[in-house]
Design a protein around this ligand. Structure first.
Ligand code: ATP
Ligand code: MG
Length: 431
């Protein structure tokens, strides 16, 4: 029997103990009155507390409003603690859910949670940006109504999620997404979206590069093999033998220069940042002039002007190779009688090294691609001139390492101007 019932019985007994002598010595009705008054007092007491509980149960706030009297205080205390624990539990759960959402938001991958009907339950901001969604308006919408690309719809409906789907953006960007469907909570689906644009681009560059290198090396190798076969099979006189050997030497030299250029490129790529030593530009320009004259063999008019007031800070061998490439191009792609002008001068913001020629010039459409590896405007012509198509790639790389920009201006049939613009931080003023 609960303590409440025992207490109620004891109070009833107490009322009877008072009512009995009153009933015996005063009058029966007086005894009954005392007994009823005792019971009524008990009822009023319980009713007051019951009403308090009733009020609280409509709006169960955890505060002092739930205070009982007598035995009710124990009941109210337990209720109060239960409500408090419940609220703490809910707050804790809310906190955990909030942290989970914050973690999903922080992911660099996009995440979209779908329900059993492929409707969006949740998506993080990365996914909003990747797929053009907006959670506030798109929640509850079927995802295929919002991402309508046929390959995406077919992938989702196909049900084979072994491999991720590679999706090219149809929103005017060259973005490539990799979408992986992961089942969760039964048949519900989670889309995990990675941006693989850079990986796809690097992969294509790598394939192009291998194809280019193979192609570039195969050509001289085929020529060499052909000559070797001829020498092995045909009895040639000494003069022809010499001629063939000269041609073979030329091809092997060509292969050597391709390999050398590739090695230069890869060593620049992995080299630490260039030094900040001062490179004497007056003597460097003078050396470039002499090299140009040697390469030209007197067929061109070579002009050189260097501003003696400033020098550049950087790696001398790298700059000599980069500037030398520009000068060699100018001589190579300028017909006899033309002029090649080499200049170094201080500018408002930094300084500029430029090589200008009156040569064959370059059509505008080729200019943005000139610094790509193996890119040549006229393959045959460049090859005849001994070019590998790696020169400007090396130049651009070396200049970038010096925070310098390569600016190319050219007019077909008129001439070209290749300028390396150095920022003020790379320029040393001569006192
Ligand atoms: P190399 O690797 O031996 O320098 P290359 O000269 O063919 O070979 P780049 O120096 O990278 O290669 O030049 C790329 C292309 O740009 C050349 O093939 C040529 O078509 C064009 N080009 C470069 N400089 C000039 C120039 N001064 N005038 C006209 N065309 C040029
Ligand atoms: Mg070149």
């Amino acid at each position: 029997m609960s303590s409440q019932v025992i207490r109620a019985l004891l109070l009833a007994l107490l009322s009877s103990l008072i009512a009995l002598p009153v009933g015996s010595f005063v009058a029966h009705w007086a005894g009954w009155s005392v007994f009823c008054a005792g019971l009524a007092l008990q009822m009023i007491f319980h009713f007051r507390n019951f009403a308090r509980l009733d009020r609280w149960s409509h709006r169960p706030v955890v505060d002092a409003s739930l205070e009982g009297e007598g035995a009710w205080d124990g009941i109210f205390g337990r209720l109060y603690r239960h409500e408090k624990d419940l609220r703490a539990g809910i707050a804790d759960r809310d906190n955990q859910i909030e942290r989970l959402f914050a973690a999903l938001q922080a992911l660099t991958d996009g995440v979209v949670a779908l329900d059993l009907n492929q409707q969006i339950v949740y998506c993080n901001s990365t996914a909003e940006e990747q797929l053009g969604l907006a959670l506030t308006t798109d929640r509850g919408q079927p995802v295929v109504n919002l991402v309508r690309q046929p390959e995406f719809v077919a992938y989702l409906e196909g049900g084979d999620f072994e491999r991720p789907l590679t999706l090219r953006s149809d929103r005017g960007t060259d973005r490539v997404l990799s979408i992986h469907v992961v089942p969760y909570a039964g048949d519900r689906r989670l889309l995990q979206i990675k941006d693989v644009t850079q990986t796809v681009r690097l992969d294509r560059m790598r394939r192009d590069f291998v194809a280019n290198v193979s192609h570039e090396l195969r050509t001289p190798l085929t020529v060499l093999a052909g000559f070797l076969e001829t020498l092995q099979e045909i009895d040639l006189d000494r003069a022809d033998q010499h001629r063939y050997l000269d041609l073979m030497a030329e091809q092997s030299k060509r292969m050597e220069s391709i390999v050398q250029d590739l090695l230069t490129l890869s060593s620049i790529e992995s080299a630490p940042p260039p030094s900040v030593d001062i490179v004497d530009m007056s003597s460097l320009v003078d050396k470039l002039r002499r090299d140009a004259e040697a390469l030209s063999g007197g067929r061109h008019n070579i002009v050189a002007e260097a501003d003696a007031q400033c020098d550049v800070r950087g790696s001398e061998p790298e700059l000599v190779s980069a500037f030398g490439n520009l000068v060699a191009n100018a001589v190579r792609y300028t017909p006899a009688g033309g002029t090649v002008r080499i200049t170094w001068k201080a500018m408002a913001q930094g300084a500029e090294f430029a090589v200008e020629d009156t040569g064959i010039g370059i059509e505008a459409k080729h200019i943005p691609r000139l610094t790509e590896r193996f890119y040549r405007v006229d393959r045959g012509r460049s090859r005849d001139a001994g070019g590998t198509g790696l020169g400007l790639a090396i130049v651009k790389h070396s200049l970038n390492r010096h925070q310098a920009q390569l600016e190319i201006r050219s007019t077909l049939g008129v001439g070209s101007r290749f300028a390396a613009k150095f920022p003020a931080g790379r320029v040393a003023r001569v006192q």
